[in-house]
Write a protein that binds this ligand. Structure first.
Ligand code: ADP
Length: 504
């Protein structure tokens, strides 16, 4: 009934009671019914209506009494009138108290509603009472529950369907790409991705009676796109509070993007730093090896001079040769020191898909090979398990082998082909071969090929293969070469598969 209607019927009732009171011989007994008029007015939820109705009823009670009995005191009707007045008074007080409590509740509800509607945080009201029943029916509880749930993905799927969505706020509708809350899904199943692990943790927290649970997952929008989110679930501590589970969700797409950009920048920086280190390394090699070499030349020349004398001074010659040997040892120590340094540089240990590394490495050498008209054939076994290691270092090993093969083919008549094969050698090892149709390697050079500074190229440094082998060995693999002069060289590389097969 509308407010005006309630006011009208309250007034009609009060007037009717008054008429009955005045016109019948009930002598005030009916006046107690004014209470109903006050209660009726109270339903408008307006404080003023209650006070006006109460005041009106009191006036009518007194008027009826005065009309019927005047001012003389008549014990029994006066008592009845007093009882009626007391009933009206007490009812009014109670109704006013109730009204104050109700107003506070309405205000708090409005405040909550405003927060619910206006906040930028997504809020989902859920009913988990069905979930409680399902969890209670499980044979496992307490500490074993997590294990049990991990072994029963069917139950998790079923449970996702039991977490009923009661309401969602506009921020969550926007996050999920829904036009209205009516377009919304009735349970959380569709909101969570196939690979979601967060619901299992939330279930365990819920079963163990925790008040809050926080986590990170991906929310699947209605258009199928995934949004990375952080969420907090608050479980109500009240008995029967399972109907009232609140989930607060924050979209962290931008944070994730910034994080990814940061990681990419860090990787580039690491690469740049490594390139710079190699540059510095070559400069210091040149510097440190140059000194003993210059000393060797000086001592050698001095020795020659002592030898060329009319009477050669063999003692001096022996001393100068001693210098030559000492300086030669120094140069060799420099080289050993560099090798040890390179061995010590421990690689990153990421879980990597070899296919991606090969794609990146071949992309890097594509221009160089095209320049020499070299064809690159890549044969990769499907579904290779991941390996563990440093993405950039492994990429550099492949780049080095491909560039060497390209250089061996450069300017050669006939077909210029490099074949890169990737396969599973055994359950623990990945095998990569880089085969070229170049001139091959002279048998005398084969044993020295991986020695630092061994090169047959003008302007070559001879560090490439040495670094490649050190890198591969630091990854727990091996790098070797086989060659038949005239029919090309084949480099064999093995890497152990990662023990953790799950990719992040
Ligand atoms: P650099 O390229 O500076 O010479 P490397 O250590 O990469 O240093 O190579 C050492 C030597 O190994 C090369 O100078 C070359 O003689 C030989 N070599 C490497 N790869 C091949 C190949 N695919 N075919 C023939 N010879 C090769």
């Amino acid at each position: 009934m509308s407010r005006a209607g309630l006011r009208f019927w309250s007034a009609v009732l009060a007037f009717a009671v008054f008429m009955v009171d005045v016109l019948t011989p009930l002598e005030g007994a009916v006046a107690v019914l004014y209470v109903v008029a006050v209660l009726l007015a109270a339903r408008t939820n307006r404080r003023n209506d209650i006070i006006i109705a109460a005041a009106g009823c009191i006036v009518l009670t007194l008027s009826a009494y005065l009309t019927s009995h005047g001012l003389q005191t008549i014990a029994s009707p006066a008592l009845r009138a007093l009882v009626s007045l007391a009933a009206i008074g007490i009812t009014t007080l109670l109704v006013l108290q109730n009204h104050a409590a109700h107003s506070a509740l309405v205000q708090s509800e409005q405040r909550y509603r405003r927060m619910f509607d206006a906040t930028r945080i997504g809020v989902v009201e859920e009913d988990w009472s069905g979930l409680r029943a399902a969890l209670d029916s499980l044979p496992s509880r307490g500490a074993d529950l997590r294990d049990y749930l991990a072994r029963h993905p069917d139950f998790i799927r079923h449970a996702r369907g039991l977490a009923r969505i009661v309401d969602v706020n506009p921020a969550l509708q926007k996050m999920a790409g829904a036009s209205s809350s009516a377009a919304f899904i009735e349970n959380v199943d569709k909101l969570l991705g196939e690979n979601d692990r967060s619901f299992l943790d939330a279930l365990v927290a819920f079963a163990q009676g925790e008040r809050f649970h926080e986590g990170e997952t991906e929310l699947v929008r209605l258009d199928g796109r995934k949004v990375p989110v952080l969420f907090t679930i608050t479980f109500s501590p009240r008995f029967g509070g399972d109907h009232d589970v609140l989930v607060f969700v924050v979209d962290i797409t931008e944070r994730k993007q910034a994080q990814d950009a940061l990681l990419a920048a860090q990787a580039e920086l690491a690469h740049a730093a490594r390139v710079a280190t190699l540059g510095e390394l070559s400069a210091s090699i040149a510097h440190e090896v140059n000194q003993p070499l210059a000393a060797i030349v000086t001592s050698g020349e001095a020795g020659l001079r002592w030898l060329r004398r009319d009477v050669p001074d063999l003692k001096e010659v022996a001393t100068t040769i001693g210098h030559v040997v000492a300086q030669g040892r120094r140069a060799s120590e420099v080289v050993t020191r560099i090798r040890t340094f390179l061995k010590k540089a421990s690689p990153q240990k990421d879980v990597l898909l070899i296919g991606e590394i090969i794609d990146e490495a071949t992309a890097l050498v594509a221009r160089e090979l095209a320049k020499d008209d070299v064809a690159l054939i890549v044969e990769t076994e499907p579904d290779l398990s991941p390996v563990r290691g440093d993405r950039i270092q492994l990429q550099q090993v492949l780049v080095n082998l491909l560039i060497n093969a390209g250089q061996a083919l450069s300017g050669r008549p006939g077909s210029r082909t490099i074949t890169l094969r990737v396969s599973t050698a055994n359950s623990e090892t990945l095998a990569i071969t880089v085969q070229d149709s170049g001139p091959g390697i002279h048998p005398d050079d084969l044993p020295r090929l991986f020695d630092p500074f061994f090169t047959t190229k003008d302007g070559g440094m001879g560090m490439g293969l040495a670094i490649c082998r050190t890198t591969v060995e630091a990854h727990g693999g091996r790098l070797s070469v086989a060659s038949t002069p005239g029919s090309g060289a084949t480099f064999h590389l093995t890497l152990p598969f990662s023990q953790e097969h799950a990719l992040p």
